[in-house]
Design a protein around this ligand. Structure first.
Ligand code: GTP
Ligand code: MG
Length: 238
């Protein structure tokens, strides 16, 4: 279902400002008051994205010197849209408030790190998690334990501090690390199915799973090749 900002405003009025004695102007003001802290919060999430992107860029830089190649192909970041936040809170039966967002949604700030090889996913994950300002909240290793449909990726929810002029805020960030091959499958599968209302047929589900298995094999073969041709003794097959 599509939702627009007007629907959201109406819902916020119903949830929080349902006082019939209020004038139109008072209502407008009350909505502003309600939304202002949320806008502020969203800017903190944007700062958290910058922090985590920098962490990955630093690791990429260091590893490019150590191993003579870049483990990161690309980084994509996104801030969850106002509409998606609202819909997610609605599904959970929660009002659109700062407290519900902070306490119940972990993926407002989202970062996807696309790596060359599967090993790079693990190297980067370990390197990030051992940093002393990074707190791991949740780790889901869908590479060692793929989802039933074949989806593979490393998912992390971490908490990191951001430093403002007069405060330090702890912010949660969702990170997905995957190889180019895993990303190729996930992007197409997402277009075909993920979170759509209509269920796919048994044939489509089986085909997607088969493609995921083929892609996993290709990842392993490319990784083996890399070890074979690597000039770096640390990375070469013995
Ligand atoms: P939400 O769906 O965001 O509430 O999270 P969750 O509790 O299902 O967590 P999970 O870590 O499993 O998934 C989070 C994100 O990973 C999703 O929002 C997608 O971006 C991605 N993802 C998870 N499963 C799949 C999948 O089967 N296919 C694709 N294409 N993406 C997936
Ligand atoms: Mg999500």
């Amino acid at each position: 279902m599509k939702i627009n900002r007007l629907d959201i405003a109406k819902q916020i009025i119903n949830d929080n400002i349902n006082d019939p004695s209020m004038t139109e102007a008072e209502r407008f003001n009350a909505i502003r008051q309600q939304l202002l802290p949320i806008q502020e919060l969203m800017s903190y999430y944007r700062c958290a994205i910058m922090e985590v992107e920098t962490k990955f860029n630093v690791l990429n830089e260091e590893m490019s010197i150590l191993y003579d190649r870049n483990p990161i192909e690309s980084i994509k970041s996104r801030e969850k849209s106002f509409e998606s936040i609202f819909m997610k809170l609605q599904r959970k039966g929660l009002p659109m408030t700062e407290a519900s967002i902070v306490n119940h949604i972990n993926d407002i700030a989202g970062i996807r790190v696309i790596c060359s090889f599967q090993e790079d996913v693990y190297k980067l994950t370990d390197a990030l998690l051992q940093q002393d300002d990074v707190t791991l909240i949740l780790k889901k290793d869908y590479i060692r334990h793929p989802k039933k449909n074949g989806y593979r990726s490393m998912h992390l929810i971490i908490e990191i501090p951001i430093f403002l002029a007069e405060a330090k805020k702890m912010m949660r960030v969702e990170i997905q690390l995957r190889t180019i091959a895993m990303d190729f499958w996930a992007s197409l599968e997402h277009k075909l199915k993920y979170k759509q209302d209509v269920e796919n047929s048994a044939h489509v589900i089986q085909e997607l799973k088969d493609c995921a298995d083929i892609i996993a094999q290709v990842d392993h073969r490319m990784e083996a090749l890399r070890h074979e041709v690597s000039l770096n003794p640390k990375e070469r097959t013995p």
